[in-house]
Design a protein around this ligand. Structure first.
Ligand code: KG4
Ligand code: ZN
Length: 327
């Protein structure tokens, strides 16, 4: 069964065609990233206007790349929560009209839950239950996944998300937007053990808090002229501290739920130091890891179509009253 996925939760406009929730036949993405760079972050108005301009073209292109005809598509899955209001509305409205004109069902999909699915595309899926860590620009959460329609939140961030912390620290260091890839690149030249940044304690053992570490970086660089080496040491130490917390809380979640499978997703999952650390420790912990391919770490419609397939197959449907939910 072929499902068309549509994703417009932030600055990307993505459409994908996925077969049986597994084989990605097409995943076409347009991004307005270059237009946001000079502002140091995503400008919602620019993002949604560009999505309106590109969504038809991107969807058309996904269908063409898949080699299918519109009549082959049996359902549409679209991100409807959480995200930028104007951006989500573009995708949701487009999916509704396509569903009407193609006479196929459609379903609104949770963006975080679809990020979990990004590590399960094009592979043999793990058995339920498993633990999932989602580290994106807007969220940092641990889930206990019992089924595709039964995901329990075990913990989440109280303040900044992991990706947000990367973006803010990059801004403080004058590295530009998006911060994750820039920090990762600079970190390669620095000593990750030069400075010990501590993440704030959280009430829940599986919750996160990253705003303290960002403030610590801010005070460290305030009114100082730093050399490239000093900046690289700060970037590497910040990255290391953040990874320490993500890794240790993920193992704790696996222990608490007696799970031996961990699925990791979200933009920060593209970070090689994070991937290396998880892979290095997974053997000792006896945990099997599932990482998305890099192209599926950041926002994409393939993960939406993949998860949508299972939920549509279970009988879930949205109707024309569906609206975008912003958080
Ligand atoms: O999942 P995503 O594309 O969008 C949201 O749903 O938020 O994640 C974007 C975030 C940004 O904060 C970006 O800085 C971060 O993912 N990111 C990275 C890397 N690539 C993207 N963070 C660390 N290392 C990377 N290589
Ligand atoms: Zn995302």
């Amino acid at each position: 069964m072929y499902i068309l996925g549509i994703e417009t939760s932030c600055d990307e406009t993505s459409a994908a065609v996925v077969e049986n929730g597994n084989s990605v036949l097409a995943n076409e993405t347009a991004t307005s990233l270059s237009f946001h760079k000079k502002y140091g972050g995503v400008i919602p108005e620019i993002a949604s206007r560009m999505q309106l301009e590109t969504i038809a073209q991107v969807t058309d292109s996904a269908l063409r790349v898949s080699g299918l005809k519109p009549k082959d598509i049996k359902g549409i899955a679209v991100t409807d929560r959480p995200g930028l209001p104007g951006s989500l509305l573009v995708g949701v409205s487009f999916a509704k009209s396509l569903s009407l004109s193609m006479d196929v069902p459609f379903l609104g999909i949770d963006h975080l839950q679809s990020h979990i699915y990004s590590g399960l595309l094009d592979i043999d899926r793990p058995r339920f239950p498993f633990i999932a860590l989602i580290v994106s620009g807007g969220h940092t959460s641990l889930f206990f996944v019992k089924d595709f329609d039964c995901m329990e939140v075990l913990g989440q961030t109280h303040d900044d998300a992991a990706g947000e912390a990367f973006d803010k620290v990059a801004k403080i260091l004058g590295l530009g937007y998006p911060g994750g890839p820039a920090i990762e690149k600079l970190s390669a030249k620095g000593n990750p053990r030069q400075i010990r940044f501590k993440c704030s304690e959280t009430k829940g053992a599986l919750d996160f808090s990253f705003s303290g570490i960002k403030t610590a970086v801010l005070y460290m660089v305030k009114n100082k002229q730093l050399s490239l080496k000093e900046k690289a040491d700060i970037a590497a130490s910040f990255q290391e501290s953040l990874i320490n917390v993500l890794v240790s809380k993920s193992w704790l979640a696996c222990e608490m739920k007696k799970c031996r499978t961990l699925v990791i997703g979200g933009g920060v999952a593209a970070n090689q130091a994070l991937r290396d650390r998880f892979m290095f420790e997974a053997g000792d912990k006896g945990v099997r890891l599932y990482f998305p391919e890099r192209k599926y770490c950041t926002d994409n419609a393939a993960m939406v179509a993949g998860l949508g397939y299972h939920l549509l197959k279970k009988g879930y449907r949205s109707n024309l009253y569906l609206s975008a939910k912003f958080n």
